[in-house]
Write a protein that binds this ligand. Structure first.
Ligand SMILES: [Zn+2]
Length: 80
């Protein structure tokens, strides 16, 4: 989670990963994203690189879900 402090009301809030993705998409080509404060509704200017850096540390969409297959499926007592 990223911790932001609203410049207007001074309260802390944490936008979710999904929200940050939206902010990044909305602010393409700009240097700052307009991040909405949930307390007072003020749009805080947050550096894009800061949000991007946060996304890098967040394991969002982790595709490394490997199902360990049981190796004891084959019966060694076969034949004879
Ligand atoms: Zn605020």
């Amino acid at each position: 989670m990223i911790g932001l402090t609203c410049t207007k009301c001074g309260r802390r809030f944490m936008p979710t990963t999904q929200e940050i993705e939206t902010y990044l998409a909305q602010s393409e080509g700009k240097k700052h994203a307009q991040v909405l404060c949930p307390h007072c509704g003020y749009h805080n200017k947050i550096d894009i690189h800061r949000l991007q850096g946060f996304m890098r540390f967040t394991p969002a969409g982790a595709k490394s879900e490997e199902e360990p297959k049981p190796a004891s499926e084959q019966n060694p007592e076969a034949g004879s």
